[in-house]
Design a protein around this ligand. Structure first.
Ligand code: NAD
Length: 310
């Protein structure tokens, strides 16, 4: 049966996700859009004129849609979409709505929205569902969704079906906010692997070794990783990686800094001992501010180390 879906936040990720979704939903389905940028909504409705409608506010999205996705930058934006008066989502009754937040934000904000929805509309449900796979994954519908619920959640089959239209893997992570826990742990680890790989490759290169040979050794030894094999930070090692194209495309270093910071905060609150957190935070913060690295793929930490000055 046709569905009325809402999509709030049509940026680098939200736009291609919503585009894929509307082309794959049953015939007659409609997507109700909101973004603080009118431009994004206009471009979208031009592309999907019969199946999409721009809205004046999140509240208006809630008036029309039964499943509402959000894909905005930070926790403050999620709070604004939900709690702003008089135009936030909670300014409308949310009876039986499914609310799915795909943004990468802090767990506290996500849990507070979850609790507030439960109090405000007991028949509605809020889920965290952050993604991995970047803008390319969003365009090709190959994203991984880390979903904050258990496999036996009553809405899981429906959510799994919908998210599978936009991605190829959906992992039910156990319960509310655990999708975000998983996402932040993944990016903490990935950021440090990129840094460790950069440092190790730099040692080898400065000792006179060909980085392609070194990467080949890593690939069949214990330093093997997806970062080494597919996203190698050293220019020229992986021809398709951003590093081989001036670090264009990929996952911006500022976004990695944001996620790393969120992971460190989560780790502190959880009492986890983290010996690498300070070093990682310093590198990703300084690289985010450095004009040679800013706005480029996060694997640009190799350049931050001065690796490409040889
Ligand atoms: P983006 O900045 O490109 O897009 C965000 C969109 O949200 C913009 O169109 C903006 O106008 C809109 N927006 C901001 N505040 C709003 C509000 N209050 N109401 C409605 N719309 C609002 O960001 P993005 O790259 O699409 O990232 C979105 C989220 O996805 C972030 O949390 C990011 O960490 C996460 N993420 C990004 C990537 C990536 O590769 N870009 C990968 C995985 C996860």
């Amino acid at each position: 049966a046709p569905l009325n879906v809402g999509f709030i936040g049509l940026g680098a990720m939200g736009f291609p996700m919503a585009s894929t979704l509307i082309t794959k939903l049953p015939k007659g389905s409609k997507i109700y859009l909101f973004d603080v940028s009118n431009n994004a909504m206009e471009t979208f409705t031009r592309l999907h004129s019969t199946s999409s409608e721009p809205c004046d506010s999140p509240k208006q999205v809630a008036e029309n849609a039964t499943i509402i996705f959000t894909m905005v930058p930070e926790g403050s934006h999620v709070r604004s979409v939900y709690f702003d008066k008089p135009n936030g989502l909670l300014s409308h009754h949310l009876e039986s709505r499914l609310l799915v937040d795909c943004s990468t934000i802090d767990c506290e904000t996500s849990l507070s929205v979850y609790e507030e929805i439960k109090r405000h509309s007991p028949s509605a449900r809020f889920y965290d569902a952050p993604v991995s796979g970047g803008t390319l994954g969003a365009e090709k519908a190959t994203l991984t969704f880390m979903l904050g619920c258990s496999e036996d959640d009553e809405n899981y089959p429906h959510l799994n079906g919908l998210l599978s239209l936009m991605g190829k893997t959906v992992v039910p992570c156990g319960g509310p906010s655990f999708g975000l826990v998983a996402k932040l742990c993944n990016n903490y680890c990935s950021a440090l692997i990129a840094l460790a790989t950069s440092e190790a490759m730099n040692i080898g290169m400065r000792s006179g070794m060909d980085p392609r040979l070194l990467a080949r050794v890593f690939a069949s030894s214990t330093a093997q990783s997806t970062i080494c094999d597919k996203w190698n930070p050293v220019p020229g090692v992986c021809p398709d990686a951003p590093s081989s194209h001036g670090y264009q495309g990929g996952f911006k270093v500022q976004l990695m800094k944001k996620d790393f910071g969120l992971a460190v905060e989560a780790g502190k609150k959880a009492g986890a001992k983290m010996l690498l957190a300070d070093a990682g935070l310093k590198v990703y913060t300084e690289a985010s501010e450095d004009p040679k690295c800013r706005d480029l793929d996060s694997r640009v930490v190799f350049r931050y180390l001065g690796g490409d000055e040889q």
